[in-house]
Structures are given as C-alpha cells and as structure tokens.
Design a protein around this ligand. Structure first.
Ligand code: PLP
Length: 496
C-alpha cells in the first residue's frame, strides 16, 4: 500500500492515508463555487474574510464570540417564501387543483422569531412537542404593526401524545392535529366532550384530525424502498389495516372529523420518486375510504424530508419547485384515474428551509498531527465546540465540511488531510470527519461549518457541561441574537 502523494509542500506537508481520496478532493467549496452549500449572502470580502448578511466574521465574532451559529435571516426568509409560493402555484385552483401550502417543521430549528418569520412568509408551523407548540402559539401573536395569525396555521405531530397534549391542540383548533395511534383518537374524543361541556366548542362542533400513515415507503438519500412491513414507532400501517381502523373510528365518532391523511417517508431525500410513490399510496387509500364510507377527505400532507447538500461531495439538492411539480403531477394523474376531486396538498419541509441558513463558527484551539504509518498522517484540529452543538456526526455519521473563514489561505501553503474534532470526552466527538484544510492552519483561525441550521442548535445539549451556543442573526450589515448563548448561571440555576 503506498500513500497517495501529497500536493502540499513545506515542513507541515502530510501525505494522505492510503485508500483515501486524493488531497484536494475534500477541500470545502467556497461560496462562489457552491452557493447551495452556503447562506445566500455568504461571500468573501475584499480582505478575504467570509462575510454573511453583510458582516465579516470578525465583526460577527466581536459581538457573538465563537462557538456560535450564525443565521442569515434573508436566506431563511427566502427559502420559506419559496416553499409557500411553489406549493401555492403548483396546486393552484386555476390549474384544476384545490390549493397547496407548506408547514415549516419547527423541530429543525424553532424560536418565536423564527416561527414568526415562517408565518410572515406564508408557511404554517408544525410542532412535535408541548414546548414547540407553546412557541408556535406565542409566535401567532402580533403587535401594533403586525397582525395576529390564526391557530389554523399550526400543526401538532408526535407519537405517544397524551390526553393533555391532544386537548391543548384541539382547544386551540390547530390546522393539523396528526393522530399517530388509536389511543390518541380516544384522547381526542374525550377532549371534544370536555370542550363541549366547557362551552369552548359548540355542542355539535367536531375536531378535525389527520391520520399519520405508514405507506411502506421509506426514503433517504437517492433510493427509496417499499415494503409491506412496518417496523417503526411512527404512523399507522396501511398494509396491516391499522390505518384503516383508525380512519373508520374517526369517521364514525360524532366528536371527530377526518380532515386528511398524512405521510412522512424519511429525511435527507434527494430524489422525488419516493415522495411520488407515497403520494400515490395515500391517494389510493383516500379513494378506498371514500368508496366505502362516502367521505372523501379534503386534504393530504406528504411530510418533509427534502435533502440539502452538506459537503462538496453532495450533488446540489432538487429545488422545492422540482418536488412540488412532481407531487402535482402524481396528484393530477391519480385523481383523474380514480375520478376523485383532488385534495388540498401540504408538505412539511424543515431541513431544506433552516439547514442552509446557518453556519457554525468555531475557533481552532488545537492542532495535533497523528502519524498513521508509511509516511502518512492526519491533522486533528480541535475547535471550541463539538458534539454538544452538532450531534449529527456522532448520532448517525453525518458528513460536514469546514472552511477557514477569517482569511484566505496562503496559496503556497498547500493542504493537509484533516479531521475537525470537538472538546468532549468521547472519541466519536467529530465535527468534520474528513476535510482538506490549508497546511498553514493556526490556532486562533476561525472555521465555518456550513449547513448547520437544521438539527444543529435544536439537538444541542450540555455534555461535559458545555453551555449551548447562541444563534446570531445577521441581515444587511446588522446583527442580534435569535437565541442568546446559554451561560454557566443558566445551568447552575437548574440545580436543586
Ligand atoms: C422531521 C419531520 C419533518 C421535517 O423533515 P425534514 O427532513 O427536516 O424536512 C416533517 N414532518 C414530519 C412528520 C417529521 O417527523
């Protein structure tokens, strides 16, 4: 086994370990080369610094020291507005459809401000816990300059919902209350009876529910699989009959109304084919239910899961318009074939809205060359964060990349095969598994990791009692906090 020869020069030059990609292949693309990896306003300044939202990283870090997530507000707004517009267009009544829309999956990253922005740009907000729902409800409230939004713009998901959770959702008359088990139907019946006696519901008012189906279709990456078996905690199986039993129970209950059918097939999906197959399965079940019961439910929701690019090795993801058009094609074809009126169609993107809108800025705090034999080595780059601010690499081996953000590298310096690691007591504490960084990388340099806006801060935790970093918004040269950084005092205050 011979090492791939290193293109780097100078005393720090390291050869790439045998069997790995040639040096240079894993360098992080600049915003100019792969704009889809970066927030839309990311660029290099004349001085060679990375700039986001009209602010150079040195200016951002002066007010918001690393580690910090930086959210490009215009980017988030743009992605939210694009989803709302493309669903409205593809499912427009004028084209023979019955309308379409999108709910932002708040679990990707949710604060009151973020929810407010999504609402302003025309999206609903999906929530999956009591606190996400509380944040969504808080975001509905306007002020002197801004109107209130109705609770019909919110949804509640999740498995194992308690009676209290279902009750809150129904009391507020959320637009989507998505049932995941037979017990949740019982909870809904009990809640409606209570709400009627309390005078919150009219004596004959029903609660509108959706049913989460498992269609047998699972997708992720470029492939989807279709099986008759369901071995997962979410949803009610079409194949086993569990879905149909739940649907029939809702239709039969005088307290309830079947608003629609829901399917979510996976995450980080690059090919619309899985969505199309799931849409067809949902529409066929809708038809079957109508044929048997006379109730053609007015809405379907096809979930989230559209992927994004995280590194230069990922192809650019399909656009929301590509997915919306594919879904509209299936809805039109299948409804025509079955002779059904098309439903209102919604989707629930999370990652594809929040993901590219944030980058994480870290400071390099350590450099360690680890010899791997035969003249090869890897540079381990420690940064002032890690698995506590980005759990995805440790949780499921997610790939990221990193760019030196405080300066342009010296072109003479060459590259080194590197691994960016966090400061936690866990060998799986990896920020970026494989990246080619400039060989003149120094302690104090700033690394920017793109596409951390979804499931970054929202999955952050306190291992080693790291305080969770803040999220700074940037916009047209201005900056503030979406979420301030957690402090030691915040943690000590929790102690009994
Ligand atoms: C996670 C999830 C989403 C959002 O998925 P993304 O991959 O972030 O787009 C939407 N709907 C449901 C039900 C989910 O569980």
């Amino acid at each position: 086994m011979s090492a791939v020869s290193a293109a780097s020069t100078g005393p720090q030059a390291l050869s790439v370990p045998a069997g790995e990609a040639p040096l240079g292949d894993l360098a992080c693309p600049e915003p100019a080369d792969r704009p889809d990896l970066w927030p839309t306003t990311a660029r290099r300044t004349g001085d060679g610094e990375l700039e986001i939202g009209g602010r150079a990283v040195s200016a951002i870090l002066k007010q918001a020291p690393a580690p910090v997530y930086v959210m490009d507000e215009a980017d988030f707004r743009g992605r939210a507005a694009t989803w709302a517009a493309t669903m409205a267009e593809e499912f427009w009544e004028g084209y023979g459809m019955r309308g379409g829309g999108a709910f932002y999956a708040g679990k990707a990253f949710l604060t009151t401000r973020v929810a407010r922005i999504a609402l302003e740009e025309g999206l609903g907000i999906d929530t999956a816990s009591r606190v996400e729902l509380a944040v969504g409800l808080a975001a509905l409230k306007g002020d002197d300059d801004a109107p209130d939004f109705p609770p019909s713009r919110l949804g509640l998901h999740g498995n194992g919902k308690t009676e209290a959770e279902v009750g809150v959702a129904l009391a507020h008359r959320l637009g989507h209350v998505v049932i995941d088990s037979p017990e949740e139907i019982d909870h809904a019946v009990a809640a409606v009876r209570r709400l009627r006696t309390e005078g919150i519901y009219a004596p004959d008012e029903r609660a509108a529910l959706m049913v989460r189906l498992t269609t047998g279709i699972h997708a992720g990456g470029h492939e989807f699989i279709s099986t008759a078996h369901e071995d997962q905690k979410f949803g009610l199986s079409i194949h086993s009959g569990a879905a149909r039993a739940a649907i029939d129970a809702i239709i039969a209950a005088p307290e309830l109304e079947l608003r629609g059918l829901h399917s979510h097939i996976g995450s980080q999906i690059a090919d619309p084919a899985g969505f199309e197959a799931a849409a067809e399965a949902v529409l066929r079940l809708r038809h079957e239910v109508a044929a048997d019961t006379g109730w053609l439910c007015p809405e379907i929701d096809l979930g989230g899961g559209l992927g994004i690019a995280y590194t230069g090795a990922d192809a650019p993801a399909p656009s929301p318009a590509t997915l919306a058009r594919a879904l509209a094609g299936v809805v039109r074809r299948v409804c025509e074939e079955l002779g059904d009126e098309p439903p209102y169609v919604s989707v629930e993107p999370g990652r594809s809205i929040a993901g590219p809108s944030q980058v994480t800025l870290y400071t390099v705090t350590g450099l360690k060359r680890v010899e791997l034999g035969e003249g090869t080595a890897r540079l381990y780059v420690s940064v002032d964060g890690g698995m506590s601010d980005n759990l995805r690499p440790a949780l499921y081996g997610a790939a990221y990349t990193a760019l030196v953000a405080n300066r342009l590298p010296d072109p003479q310096a060459g590259l080194v095969r590197s691994r960016v690691v966090g400061k936690h007591c866990e060998s799986g504490d990896i920020v970026v598994r494989d990246v080619d960084l400039p060989a003149d990388l120094a302690i104090g340099d700033v690394l920017a990791v793109p596409a951390t806006g979804a499931y970054g801060r929202s999955m952050a935790m306190n291992y080693n009692l790291f305080t969770r970093p803040g999220v700074a918004w940037v916009r047209e040269g201005e900056q503030g906090w979406v979420l301030r950084p957690e402090t030691v005092e915040d943690l000590l205050r929790l102690e009994g």
